[in-house]
Design a protein. Structure first.
Length: 465
């Protein structure tokens, strides 16, 4: 066994087989995103019961949804910066704590105004956990499993939605609407304790920011036990300047100047439809004359079916690229518009509702999964955070507009067509992203790094002065 003098950590990670280290990080990221989806979807699944409890119009609940999404917008910016400046571990633990405590307080809200204030603070943490989990997954995944690991990891969000749908279906009739806040907050507190004791720092982040640390040497030795790592061993990455600003300027350099506008606009249009649909889905299904139990079960089953759909999309993405996401968008949009046809039986309404919601969730998971692929390590947290923030802007608008559409005298099918239109724009953007991806980003970490962003590799990270 010969001693390695210089180790390219990015190349090492991308060339590894799946092992205990990768699976362990994946599991922790999955739990982070599960608690995120479980918490944030509580008021969505419980929306009909909340409306009945407060005797409030749909437009008022729309403001509650939008305040939560506004908090998530700010959280995406804040925790994107925390990720790149202070590390993935600090960002993960603080984000989980940030959304768990106000989630507990939400269960004690005495008015929709109070609930909206609590959901704003919840949104700060919710906006931060997704970019953090994605950064962890992208930075530990072998190249050939990169998108699959990320998209399967963010299935935690979908699983959380499925579980909260079951909670709404079976426990709200017994314990009332507050259960969709109390139960997720308990899960979040338990997760926060777990992360504090077992979550390691990202290997690539350590290479960029703490290249001489003993922790980095131990972690590299664990992931590659066949290498002999001595005191003189240096650790390097493809040209990685440190992120020192919250400014998005680095996201518009090199190849990123092409892909960033596409990702931002794709997130925006996708989120207009997705969040409008997911926030109001349970209410929409009751508007279509399903019972509260049928509506909650449709919500839950749609999220459950989304799990194999996302896995299939992840596999197709690794083989075919972002064009696969466009196909999922078309299926979801067609199903949504079909729901507006009058005279459908409850069984058909549930069937098309499940198709619509499951493919919409898979599209959301696909966007979250693919965005990290387009950015190198030193700006990945910001890239994911800013792209997600563009979606959060749309998520503020979508629930408000949909609340007014559902309250207006507009024919339901026309309202659903309006809701679906931004999804179709997002499909066109995915086709454009597919062309860019295949030309410039299919080659791994080094392909994503803009040549002008840093000095050449000869000034290796971790070299001694």
């Amino acid at each position: 066994m010969s001693q390695a003098s210089v180790i390219d950590v990015a190349e090492l990670v991308e060339s590894r087989k799946l092992g205990k280290v990768q699976i362990g990080i994946w599991l922790l990221a999955f739990l982070m995103v599960f608690a995120d989806g479980f918490d944030f979807s509580g008021p969505l699944a419980g929306a009909p019961a909340i409306l009945r409890a407060f005797q409030a119009p749909k437009t008022e609940l729309g403001w509650v949804f939008s305040l939560g999404n506004f908090g998530a917008l700010l959280g995406a910016y804040l925790f994107g910066y925390v990720n790149d400046r202070f590390g993935r571990r600090v960002a993960a633990i603080s984000a989980v704590l940030c959304y768990t405590l106000p989630a507990l307080a939400s269960g004690f809200a005495a008015s929709l105004t109070q609930l909206g204030m609590y959901r704003f603070v919840v949104g700060l943490g919710v906006g931060g956990i997704m970019p953090t989990a994605i950064a962890y997954l992208v930075e530990i995944a072998p190249k050939r499993f990169r998108v699959t690991m990320v998209m399967c990891g963010v299935l935690g969000f979908t699983t959380g939605i499925a579980v909260v749908g079951q909670v709404a279906a079976w426990l709200i009739p017994i314990w009332g609407w507050r259960v969709v806040f109390f139960l997720p907050s308990c899960v979040g507190l338990a997760l926060c304790i777990l992360l504090y004791f077992v979550l390691p720092e990202s290997l690539r982040y350590l290479t960029v920011h703490k290249p001489l640390s003993d922790e980095l040497r131990r972690r590299v030795q664990r992931i590659a036990p066949e290498l002999e790592i001595g005191p003189a061993t240096r650790f390097t990455m493809p040209v990685q300047p440190q992120a020192k600003t919250i400014s998005p300027k680095p996201l518009f350099q090199g190849s990123q100047r092409i892909v960033t506008p596409l990702l931002w606009s794709g997130y925006f249009f996708e989120a207009l439809t997705f969040m409008a649909l997911s926030n109001w889905f349970a209410v929409l299904m009751e508007t279509l004359k399903l019972t509260p139990l049928q509506a909650s079960l449709t919500y839950s089953y749609g999220a459950t079916i989304a799990i194999p759909v996302v896995i299939a999309l992840a596999w197709c993405f690794d083989k075919l690229g972002p064009v696969t996401v466009a196909g999922a968008i078309f299926i979801s949009s067609a199903s949504l518009i079909t729901l507006g046809i009058s005279g459908l039986s409850p069984s058909l309404l549930m069937l098309f509702g499940i198709l619509c919601f499951s493919f919409a969730l898979s599209v959301q998971g696909s966007f979250n999964g693919m965005v990290g692929v387009f950015y190198p390590t030193h700006i990945r947290g910001q890239g994911i955070g800013y792209a997600g923030a563009m979606g959060r802007v749309a998520q503020i608008i979508g629930p408000l507009v949909t609340g007014y559409l559902l309250s207006a005298a507009l024919p339901l099918q026309i309202a659903l067509i309006i809701v679906a239109m931004p999804f179709l724009v997002a499909a066109c953007i995915c086709i454009a992203l597919d062309a860019v991806y295949k030309r410039r980003f299919a080659g791994g970490e080094a392909a994503a790094v803009a040549p002008e962003q840093a000095p050449p590799r000869s000034s290796a990270v971790g070299a001694s002065d």
